[in-house]
Each structure stands twice: as structure tokens, then as C-alpha cells.
Design a protein around this ligand. Structure first.
Ligand code: F6P
Length: 357
């Protein structure tokens, strides 16, 4: 059996731990098996690049190393099958899958990667997906690897920011990743004791945000920390496409509401307001122990599915069980925060504002 591994989309902690578990399981449980690494995500498959990976290549250092030893890239799903003068990227991936003589391809990636994986399956390739992203927005799994490490990183960052906020009596907006789903903002905001959390799933009211800040300034703790998911949106602009939203100031190259919101809060309340965009630190560094364990279990299970020739699926977590979903079931679907769900209700019950009246 010849198996290929690729990592696609944004990197995160835990990718290498998944790779290690796949390698160890395959070499210790599938006699005569051979593994190749495919560099730079689907980009490597499009170019037909691969290299052999022996058992010794799956050492323990992969448990600790962040990022991906295979490299990654983004190959936007919406144009993957578009003719480009040399067939399409999809047709070249399928041809190279066959040229490499693969019996199975493991794709470690987010929602977009899974959509392309489902397409490869429909073209006859044997694919097994693994749910990767710091956003935790993949449908069909309770949690994705990389998410918990990002929650730890963001929580620590907010803890550090709290000292300057308290010293200056300021309002600090902390922008975290999460375009379609606000899981990272929600979990880290609660863990770090944020006063307000703005999510893509709960469009916020400018009046409610400013009234909240104004009230805080009258209280004996005038400072506040507002965690903003990068996909958060004004209630008056939620119906429009991102490119049509005036509140996002594009002339200065901002893509999110954070900078404009900080200025508006300062103008309307007189509060000293600052913003911090955590950016790519959220994806870096060594995986936490939880993600090392989760990644190892998911990788080992995916390799077991390959041994059983169970293709066209993606590994998943349900409760404390590792299981799988059909790729066609989950491709293109997102798991978003339920505004009426228990974790939001809990946060509200202990005074966290979500920027609404
Ligand atoms: O991987 C998910 C993610 O980190 C999003 O949260 C973020 O908006 C995006 O990737 C950033 O993409 P890129 O790495 O291409 O800038």
C-alpha cells in the first residue's frame, strides 16, 4: 500500500503530531506499506512533487514542532476545477495521484481543504481527511486540532494585555482570528475574563458597545477588555457583503472592524481606547499537551481507516470518541457558535457582554 500525506491551508500546532502518528501506525501495522510526503499542500500535488518518508522520519520531535514539516499552501477551492490552459489544477492533481501510484491520500486541512478532498474523491482518488484549524469551524467534529493550543496562546496574550489595560485604565480591543466562526474569541475571551466578546455569529450594535463602555467608565473599574473575532460585524451591516461594509475602513487597508471600532468608542465615550491584533502568533509554537494527544489519536485512527480501506471520509471527535464522517457530509459546511447555546448563555450569566442590547 502506498500512502501520501499533505498539509493544506493555514498552518497550526498539531499538524506534525498527526503526521507522526500516521507514519508510526502505517509502518507498524500495514506490512509492506510505503509513505510519501507531498510538499506545500495541494500545490505539491498539482506539481507532482513527493518524497519518500521512512519510519525514522516520524520521530518524537514531530510531537513538539509547530507548523508543518511538509509545508503548506492555499489553493482556493472555487477555482480548483477551472480550466487553465493545461487542464485544471484538479485534473493535474488526479493525474499526479495516479502517477505517484497512491492507494490513499491523507489531507490535513480546514473546511476548504475538505471541499477539495471531496472533489478528489469524486474523481476516483482514495482520500482520508483530518480536521485542522485554529478556528474550530469544521462541521461534524466537536473540536479540530490546533484550536486548543490557539486558545492557550490567546488567553495568555489577553492576560498580559490586562496589566497595561489596568495600569492605564484603558479600553483595549483584542482582535483574534476566526472569520466564519467565533469559537477562538469565545473560549479565550471567557478563559481570560474578557468583559465583552464580539462574534461573527452575533452582529453587534455600536450603541450597545458604547453604552457598555460609558457605564464602565462610571464604575470603580473603568477599564475593559473587548475580544473581537476578525469576522465580527456591525448589526446594520450584517446583511451586506464584506466589500460593501462602510464600517470596515479599506482605504487604510484594514479588513476588519477593530480599528474603526476603537476610534468610534474613543470619539463617543472619551475613553482612552487602544487595539491589539494578535495575528499569526495564534497559529505558532509548540502544540499543547491536549493537541498532541488529540492529533496523535486522529492520525492513528486515520491510518487505521486506510488499513481498512475506508476512504472518502474524515476523522472526527464526538464526545471523547474518535470517529469519522463521510467527506460529502461535511464538505463546505461550517460549525458556528450558537447565539442561544449553553456557552453563550453561561457567559452572559456572569456578566459578559456580546455587544447587543
Ligand atoms: O487557518 C485559519 C486562519 O488562521 C483564519 O483564522 C485566518 O483568517 C486565516 O487563516 C489567515 O489566512 P492566511 O494565513 O492565508 O493569511
Amino acid at each position: 500500500m502506498k500512502l501520501g500525506i499533505l498539509t493544506s491551508g493555514g498552518d497550526c500546532a498539531g499538524l506534525n503530531a498527526v503526521i507522526r502518528a500516521i507514519g508510526l501506525y502505517v509502518y507498524d501495522n500495514i506490512p509492506g506499506a510505503e509513505i510519501v510526503g507531498i510538499p506545500d499542500g495541494y500545490g505539491g500535488l498539482i506539481e507532482g512533487e513527493c518524497f519518500p518518508m521512512k519510519r525514522g522520519d516520524f520521530g518524537d520531535s514531530l510531537l513538539r514542532e509547530g507548523g508543518t514539516v511538509l509545508g503548506t499552501s492555499r489553493q482556493p477551492y472555487k477555482t480548483i476545477a477551472a480550466p487553465d490552459g493545461n487542464g485544471s489544477r484538479l485534473s493535474r492533481m488526479c493525474a499526479n495521484y495516479r502517477k505517484m501510484g497512491l492507494d490513499c491520500l491523507f489531507t490535513l486541512g480546514g473546511a476548504g481543504t475538505h471541499k477539495t478532498a471531496a472533489l478528489l474523491c469524486s474523481e476516483g482518488c482514495n482520500v482520508i481527511g483530518l480536521p485542522k484549524t485554529i478556528d474550530n469551524d469544521i462541521y461534524g467534529t466537536d473540536v479540530t486540532f490546533g484550536f486548543q493550543t490557539a486558545v492557550e496562546v490567546v488567553t495568555e496574550c489577553i492576560d498580559r494585555i490586562r496589566t497595561t489595560v489596568g495600569s492605564h485604565g484603558r479600553i483595549m480591543l483584542v482582535e483574534v482570528m476566526g472569520n466564519k466562526a467565533g469559537w477562538l474569541a469565545l473560549h479565550s475571551g471567557i478563559a481570560a475574563g474578557a468583559d465583552m466578546i464580539l462574534l461573527p455569529e452575533i452582529p453587534f450594535s455600536l450603541d450597545a458597545v458604547c453604552d457598555f463602555v460609558a457605564e464602565r467608565r462610571k464604575s470603580d473599574s473603568p477599564s475593559a477588555i473587548i475580544v473581537v473575532a476578525e469576522g465580527a460585524v456591525l448589526d446594520t451591516e450584517a446583511p451586506f457583503k464584506k466589500s460593501e461594509r462602510a464600517f470596515v475602513r479599506t482605504e487604510r487597508g484594514e479588513r476588519t472592524v477593530t480599528a474603526r471600532l476603537a476610534e468610534t468608542i474613543a470619539e463617543r465615550t472619551g475613553a482612552e481606547t487602544r487595539s491589539t491584533v494578535l495575528g499569526y502568533v495564534q497559529r505558532g509554537g509548540t502544540p499543547c499537551a491536549y493537541d498532541r494527544l488529540l492529533s496523535s489519536r486522529l492520525g492513528g485512527y486515520a491510518a487505521f481507516l486506510a488499513k481498512e480501506k475506508r476512504f472518502g471520509v474524515t476523522a472526527a471527535v464526538a464526545g471523547n470518541r474518535i470517529t469519522f464522517n463521510a467527506l460529502t457530509e461535511i464538505a463546505g459546511r461550517y460549525k458556528t457558535v450558537d447565539p442561544a447555546g449553553s456557552i453563550v448563555r453561561f457567559a452572559k450569566s456572569v456578566g459578559v457582554s456580546f455587544g447587543i442590547k
